[in-house]
Design a binder for this molecule. Structure first.
Ligand SMILES: [Zn+2]
Length: 275
């Protein structure tokens, strides 16, 4: 998955922020949708602090002791070009792709931190945590994370997948949806499955979570079983997706893909799903 970057180590502790050094990396984004990179023999890299010269830098995070700073928006540099966010799902090396998508998420958030949503006063970056604070009313804004579930519903060696009703050949998802205020993540699983398919499920097993920066989401992956024997899927006409049951032997190989959905479907194909 996209966050599986071992042996590289991502360190987002704000307490570890430090001044820039010449070999640190700089994320120069454009319109929150592209970042400046240089293609190399092994994949790509970002410009270094030494290469960007004099520009204001804001600390982001560390990977393997190298700090990633945010530089000036939209700058052009000889030998570098802008790569779009979507390209980083598959780009190698993966730890740098992870740095890019995590950077996009932080940039999108920072660009909304101008004025206090309550009193309209200009916000200031916190000096001791990753947040912006209002100097007048004291409100604190943290980076936005939307918790959501990915649910693999199983029944008799089959898995429930959803496809877009207008393009059934493109992509195979699991049931997915955002948590609502006042519900647990387990209640979210039951509600989303019922809303999308009319089915009831039981025996929830939490598998793994995944930071999915493309949509500011923190995903919680669950396996569960159909409750009962009626597999009939009732499609909600307002949903864009349709549910289908697929047999284990008919599942496509999804090894090596970036998403939690792909990994959960691949584990099922191999008979290694969480039981
Ligand atoms: Zn305020």
């Amino acid at each position: 998955m996209i966050q599986d970057i071992a042996p590289h180590v991502y360190d987002n502790a704000f307490a570890h922020r430090r001044e820039a050094r010449p070999d640190d990396a700089v994320l120069i984004t454009k319109d929150e949708k592209a970042v400046l990179i240089r293609e190399t023999e092994d994949g790509f890299r970002f410009p270094t602090v030494a290469e960007v010269g004099d520009m204001p830098l804001r600390f982001g995070f560390l990977i393997d002791g190298i700090a990633y700073f945010f530089g000036e928006e939209g700058v052009e540099m000889e030998g570098f070009s802008y790569a779009k966010q979507a390209e980083f799902r598959a780009k190698k090396p993966r730890y740098l792709a992870f740095a890019a998508v995590t950077g996009f998420q932080l940039v999108r958030w920072m660009h909304t931190q101008n004025f206090c949503g309550a009193c309209g006063t200009k916000l200031e970056p916190s000096t001791w945590e990753r947040a912006f604070v209002c100097p007048k009313c004291g409100r604190i804004n943290y980076p936005r994370l939307n918790p959501a579930v990915i649910v693999a519903v199983l029944h008799e060696d089959k898995i429930l997948v959803t496809t877009y009703s207008d393009r059934p050949s493109k992509g195979m998802a699991c049931i997915a949806g955002f948590a609502e205020i006042g519900e647990t993540i387990e209640e979210c699983v039951h509600r989303e499955v019922f809303e999308e398919t009319g089915l009831r499920v039981k025996n929830l097993r939490f598998y793994k979570s995944q930071p999915w920066s493309f949509t500011d989401t923190l995903l919680f992956g669950f396996y569960c079983e159909l409750d009962g024997d009626d597999e009939t899927v009732h499609v909600d006409p307002t949903e864009l997706k349709e549910g289908h049951w697929i047999r284990r032997e008919d599942m496509p190989d999804r090894s090596g893909e970036a998403s939690l959905t792909a990994e959960m479907q691949e584990m099922f194909r191999r008979g290694q799903e969480l039981r």
